[in-house]
Write a protein that binds this ligand. Structure first.
Ligand code: SF4
Ligand code: SF4
Length: 486
């Protein structure tokens, strides 16, 4: 067995094992006893039935590389690339295999060794090194996309189908662009004041993509906190949490971003640091592990991690004042992987939904199975991502619910795309949006609330298409409950 940090391939080119301080730890690797309890929890195994696309198979490949029995090349990478990093396997493993830590370190090794063209390196450097950490570049990019949508150019491009001439599935990717909002959310050091006497004060992680794609929904998070007596500050010096960088194995940039966030958030005298995105919450709660070997930051990173709270867990534990306004419709809840599997948060968002008068929570089958969104997965593993999405939309349709609630921007965008693509024509909302709507409906208690609109739907380019889908869906043989019972 090779020792951690050694090159274990016996000197043969292509058979070099894991190297350096960011190699998967053997004590983690050899915890796996091949019992297979994780197989049915793994979405890629369920889809393919292949051992190599299972957690056990992926760990076996890591061991084989570590022992120098196989080399590190594309034939091996592709099985790790196919892993969504949903960590459902970690949740069910009776031996406590820390799969998340293993795949994180393994992807660092892949990132170090993968042969990538100069152009690929340049694109990666631009996205991971410049665009994501510097919010202004990302804002400019998303602003250009918004102009593309609002100017009518998108409609022309779609009608002309010109993107079908571009290779690489660009047309399909373009069709999954979410409708961008009129307003972005920006971290500018602003304070949102509590209603009445403050019960607590928190800092809010703005994030990188979410404030641009779901700016109004970020504002809603602050509004729900304010409504429950919590003052919210949004520190300007915060940066992207590093979750996307982790996903692709860029560990050094992840650490750099984590250090900057430690400085930004610990400078504030707040009771908690709130995240409204499941992936960001998981990343920040694990900053302590990430910077454990950094003598200048280890202690402070652990301190920040201990302060981080997902918005649902925070509101639930506060506790909130239950809304008095009614929302009279059925909702189903999609568990975000990085809430349920890594943070153990599933009961709290459900309890928040159940606190809304009139709202009926209908559980879907396999609500904890990944919807196919995760880091860059929707782009890099498009086919598998869509297969998982199709299964998820089937589960949603079987509930008959008109609204899907979730707690993660990646899931929300993926499910919106699923509704647009093949239906069912559901509206997808954050749990906090529904709470906010119920608080707003307090002003008109006694009148029936309507199902909410899709974010940014006032001038949605696919609204007509959605209405048409809705009509087609309703005219299918048998009603939804009959179909569900089959
Ligand atoms: S990862 Fe855990 S559940 Fe899966 S085979 Fe290994 S020990 Fe069993
Ligand atoms: S993280 Fe998810 S996709 Fe990856 S092996 Fe585990 S269960 Fe499968």
């Amino acid at each position: 067995m090779a020792s951690k940090g050694s090159i274990s391939g016996g000197g043969t080119s292509g058979l070099a094992g894991f190297i350096g301080p960011d190699a998967p730890a053997e004590e983690d690797l050899y915890k796996c006893v091949h019992c297979g309890f994780c197989l049915q929890a793994c979405p890629t195994y369920v889809q393919t039935g292949l051992e190599t696309e299972s957690p056990r198979g992926r760990i076996a490949l890591m061991k084989a590389v570590n022992e120098g029995r196989i080399g590190l090349d594309e034939d091996v990478y592709r099985h790790w690339d196919m892993c969504i990093q949903c960590r459902a396997c970690e949740d069910v493993c009776p031996s406590g295999v820390p799969y998340g830590r293993l795949i994180e370190k393994t992807m660092v090794q892949v990132e170090m060794r993968r042969k990538v063209s100069r152009l690929g390196r340049l694109v990666s450097w631009l996205i991971l090194g410049k665009i994501l950490p510097g919010q202004s570049a990302l804002t400019g990019l998303v602003g250009a996309l918004r102009l593309y949508q609002k100017s009518g150019l998108q409609r022309v491009v779609r009608i002309s189908q010109i993107l079908k001439l571009v290779p690489g599935g660009v047309a399909e990717l373009e069709s999954s662009l979410p409708v961008l909002p009129n307003a972005f959310f920006a971290a500018q050091g602003q304070v949102y004041h509590a209603h009445g006497k403050p019960r607590a004060s928190v800092a809010l992680l703005s994030g990188c993509v979410m404030p641009l794609i779901h700016g109004p929904e970020m504002r809603t998070v602050a509004r729900v906190l304010n409504r429950n007596g919590v003052e919210v500050v949004v520190p300007q010096s915060q940066v992207c949490c590093g979750a996307i960088h982790t996903h692709v194995g860029d560990i050094e940039r992840t650490r750099e971003l984590a250090r900057r966030n430690v400085d930004a958030f610990l400078a504030l005298p707040v009771d908690a640091v709130i995240t409204a995105s499941a992936g960001c919450g998981t990343r920040m709660k694990e900053y302590g592990d990430l910077l454990a070997d950094d003598p200048d930051y280890a202690e402070r990173a652990a301190e920040l991690s201990a302060k981080v709270r997902d918005i649902h867990e925070y509101l639930h534990d506060l506790p909130i004042e239950p809304p008095k306004g009614r929302l009279d419709f059925e909702v189903t809840y999609q568990d975000a992987c990085h809430l349920t599997h890594t943070q153990g948060i599933g009961a709290q968002p459900r309890a928040l939904l159940k606190s809304i008068p009139g709202l009926t929570l209908v559980e879907m089958q396999n609500s904890t199975r990944c919807c196919g969104a995760g880091g860059t997965y929707t782009v890099t593993q498009r086919e598998m991502s869509l297969r998982l999405l199709d299964d998820k939309m089937t589960s949603i349709s079987q509930t008959g619910a008109t609204v899907v609630a979730t707690g993660n921007p990646g899931c929300l965008m993926q499910l919106q795309y699923g509704a647009q693509r093949n239906g069912p024509p559901v509206t997808v909302k954050y749990v906090t949006d529904l709470l906010d709507e119920a608080y707003t409906a307090e002003k008109s208690v006694g009148t029936k609330a309507q199902p909410p609109k899709q974010p940014g739907s006032e001038d949605s380019p696919w609204e007509e298409e959605r209405d048409e889908l809705r009509t087609q869906w309703k005219s299918r043989p048998g009603d939804r409950r009959q179909r569900r019972d089959r």
